[in-house]
Structures are given as structure tokens and as C-alpha cells.
Design a protein around this ligand. Sequence first.
Ligand SMILES: [Mn+2]
Length: 343
Amino acid sequence: MTDYASNISATDAAAWLADAASVAITTHFKPDGDAVGSSLALARTLRHLDPDRPVELWYAGALPDFLAEIASGTPLRHLDTTPPTEADDPAAFVIVDTGSWSQLGFVREFATGRSDRTLIVDHHLRGDAEIADRRIVETTAPAAAQIVAGICSELLAVPPKQLPVDVATPLYLGIATDTGWFRHSNTTPTMFRLVADLLEAGVSSADLFRLIEQRDRVSRLRLFGRALSKLEMHADNSIALVMLDAQDFKESHGTSGDTGGFADRMLAVESVQVAVVLTESTDHTGAPITKISFRSKPGPDEIDVNQVAGTLGGGGHARAAGARLHKTLTETRDAVLTALAEA
Ligand SMILES: [Mn+2]
């Protein structure tokens, strides 16, 4: 088993890409800001270098709301409707912001047997090294976009502060979103220096912030209001829990996708160690099914919600996890509180 670690440098990767007759770039299922930013910046850099060379940008799963604006002018291919075929045979296949089969199911068949023409650029701890013979894996990089910035600079032979603004902007997006707008513990001096360079290249941070973070729907705010009106505090105010039922969604005109970020907002309360959002719906037989979303706070009293979710048949990460139970909201609430009490 090969280690999931770097085996080439950004300079090597740039030299290999510069020579490739055609390139396809993809990223994880349901691309986020870093996935979109990293892939888009690389695609645009390759187009700047040689407008005639075929470069495709492949995405799969639900796409972020901001994609149309951020990727404006750069063609995208959505693999859900246009999957890879025999005719697709790029000389270089680049995967950014992941290196895990679990997040790349949509290209499993395509990528299999193609490792000699594949490059992974990632910052995650774990991945499947056999996917790509060429790998740059920097786990200290707060975003894949930071690593991609180095490759773009090499390709265009300019320092980051001289990158074209249509490249610098998606790079900034990737770093900003993966660090919670430069607040999380993954920020580093190297990152801040790069971010300063990207601002010098012409990125408008305020415009990006508005585009990415200030585009909520009224329905989402109303749904959050309904959730907060039913806020429950447990275990000496260390657990904040809200429950949303079908009526909440109906009256707010919200959808189940509208609850993202609710738990993080509840973590803003000092005493709260774990925030829980429960959402009830029904399965195909009409029986209740409740989705659980956990978020927890780092620190001395930190709770591993991956472990808690595991006891309920779910999983995720230490600070963000989830599960689904075939139970009503209140039954699920009781199960969650029991599982947290035993954590
Ligand atoms: Mn990332």
C-alpha cells in the first residue's frame, strides 16, 4: 500500500501540465468553495497559457449557489448529466481537494487504470494513493487552493501577486471558505502572505464575501427563526438542540437544504459544547425519519461527535457528524441526549 503523501513538487506538476496535450480537472462530489476555487483557478491558468489546448472542468453532485457568478466565462461539464465516455481521454487528469474514492465515485470507472496520467493535489490527511502516480499532498495547507496557487505561479512564471485576477479570485475563494474567512485554527503565516499577494493581484474580498456569504434566502432566515423559537438547552447549557418538522418547512417555505450553518450559529453561545439540529421527514412508506446534524467546539471539554454519531449508526468528523434514525423528532431527541450523556 502506497503512502498518501507527496511524491512530486509544484514545479514538477507545472512542467507536466504545461506539456499535456489535453487536460480534465475534477474535484470531490458536491464541490465546496475550495473545490471550485482550486479547480477553476487551474483551468483558467491553463487557458491563459494556451487558449487552444482542450481543458475541461468536471463537477458532480449538487453545485454551490455562487458557482454561476464565480465561474462566469469558463465552461463547466456536469457529470451527473454528461458522464465521462470512451471518447474522453485527456492526456492529464487532475483531481483537486480530495484523493479518496469515497468522494470520487462518479469517476471511479474513468480513473481506474489511468493512474499514470493522473495528478492529485490535496490537503487532506487520508486518501487513496493508487488513484494517481503523481501526488502533491500538503496537510498543513489550509486549502487545496494554496497548493494550486503555487502550480499556477509556476505555469505562468509570475509570483502570486501578479496572477491574473480571474485566477487569483477563485484561489482566494478556496482559502477564505476553507478557513471560515481566515478565523479557523488551520490559518498560517504562509496563508496570510499568499492571501495578501492575491489581494495585490486585484481580488476584491468584500465583493467575494457578499457573493458567497451574503446571499441567503428569506425562507432560510425564517426557518432559522422557527428553529430558534424552539431552542432547547440541556446538560447545564452545554447542549443546544433544535427540532424542525414538516410544518416549520411549510410555513417558512424552506427546504431541508436550508438548515446548513444552523448548528454553527448555535455554537456561538459560550457554554455550548455541542449543537444538534434535528429534521423530521418521512420515508417512502410514510414512516417518520429524523436526520441528526451534530457540531462540536474544540477545546479541553471537546466532544467527539463522530463517535457519538457512530453509536446512532452515523458518522463524520470529530467536530461535524450526522446520522438518520427511523424515529420521530422527540424519540430521536431522547436517543441523542442519551448518546451524548454516555459520550
Ligand atoms: Mn479543501
